[in-house]
Design a protein around this ligand. Structure first.
Ligand code: NAD
Length: 340
């Protein structure tokens, strides 16, 4: 496990066990150079303890990079709770997790992630104030969608010469919390929408309400379009799909869109502009972090609107240095976190 931590430069790994509630939790703190580590709490059935720890370590690093480039005074962390085979009380489990978080004294701040809900965060909040995205705080997804929309405009400007989306053909893969809200913004801006989702109901809603053209998930990636917006699961750009793309740019909400950094290089080589995922999808993090710090909705909106400008800077540097935007984003984040 130390080798895994060292490879991701994760500084701390905390384990908590509470046999009474069935809690088995892992908190990875990547780095606190810029501030306390903020990152979501996953609640999943992992194959084994090692894969749970690896997930926490890998994701904590991404949160550090995301916070740094979002201009937040935060580091990155991630928690995973291994879902027990038998659960007596979900409330008691998350309350126990809240006590664990509190013991870290604010060095880790938790949030909603895969498998957890705002109601779970409310249970955690009974025992610690180092928690965001409670039911009182509200859903971050609309803020993520707004940030992605701003990022798509900046991407269109950099690649196609104008931030005006009217008449552009935009393919949205995944119409969940973020993808559907994004599709609404794109439709209002006059874009022509191609959409896919493995959930038939979500697909139909976009067809009926937004006039979007439905496409099967396998076919969508290869459809000729101006911008492809992956908003489903990670890994959309992989060795099997990268050669199929027929778009000018990839700019969407999903985390870990690139299967590997080489996929970013391949996109750049093909002239496809890639919006680094953790930059374009940072709106949700900005919302929960600034809300936790007590900023007003107007201040939060102003901060969110800077996502487009940040992407434009990354694109300009990528072009000047002849490197992929993904590699430039990593380099800029590392400079902010480590000062080198
Ligand atoms: P969600 O679960 O609400 O939506 C995901 C959607 O993608 C679902 O409708 C699902 O059916 C669909 N989907 C899954 N596999 C698909 C496939 N192969 N083809 C087409 N559709 C598919 O999730 P979300 O909250 O909207 O998040 C979407 C992505 O954005 C995730 O990768 C998430 O990690 C990332 N993200 C979300 C937020 C946020 O604020 N919710 C913030 C940052 C990043």
């Amino acid at each position: 496990m130390f080798a895994t931590m060292e490879a991701a430069r994760v500084e701390e790994l905390h384990l908590a066990s509470d046999p009474q509630t069935g809690l088995r939790a892992i908190i990875a703190i990547h780095n606190t150079n810029l501030g306390p580590a903020l990152g979501g709490c996953r609640y999943l059935a992992y194959a084994d303890e090692q894969s749970a720890a690896r997930d926490a370590v890998r994701l904590a690093r991404g949160m550090s990079y995301k916070a740094a480039l979002a201009g937040l005074a935060l580091g990155g962390g991630k928690a995973v709770i291994i879902s027990p085979p038998q659960l007596a009380s979900r409330e008691a489990l998350f309350e126990a997790f809240g006590r664990f978080v509190d013991k870290l004294g604010g060095r880790y701040i938790t949030a909603v992630d895969s498998g957890t809900s705002s109601a779970d965060m409310d249970c955690i909040a009974r025992h610690t104030r180092h928690v965001t995205s409670t039911t009182q705080g509200g859903d971050p997804s609309p803020h993520t969608a707004l940030g992605v929309f701003a990022g798509i405009r900046a991407t269109a400007e950099a690649r196609l010469g104008s931030a005006d989306l009217k008449g552009l053909r935009i393919a949205v893969q995944g119409l969940g919390h973020v993808g559907y809200a994004l599709a609404e913004h794109l439709s209002a801006a006059g874009a022509e929408l191609l959409v896919s989702d493995i959930d038939e109901g979500r697909l139909q809603r976009a067809v009926e309400r937004l006039g979007a053209q439905p496409v099967s998930s396998e076919v969508l990636l290869g459809m000729p379009c101006d911008i492809l917006a992956p908003c489903g699961l990670g890994g959309a750009i992989n060795p099997q799909t990268v050669g199929q793309l027929r778009c000018a740019a990839v700019a969407g909400a999903a985390n870990n869109q690139l299967d590997s950094p080489e996929m970013g290089d391949q996109l750049a080589a093909r002239g496809i502009l890639y919006a680094p995922d953790y930059v374009i999808n940072s709106g949700g993090l900005i919302f929960v972090a600034l809300q936790h710090q007590g900023l007003s909705p107007a201040e939060i909106t102003a901060h969110l609107s800077r996502i487009g400008a940040r992407l434009s800077e990354i694109y300009a540097e990528a072009q000047a240095e002849r490197r992929s935007p993904a590699r430039v984003a990593d380099m800029l984040a590392e400079r902010l976190i480590y000062g080198s």
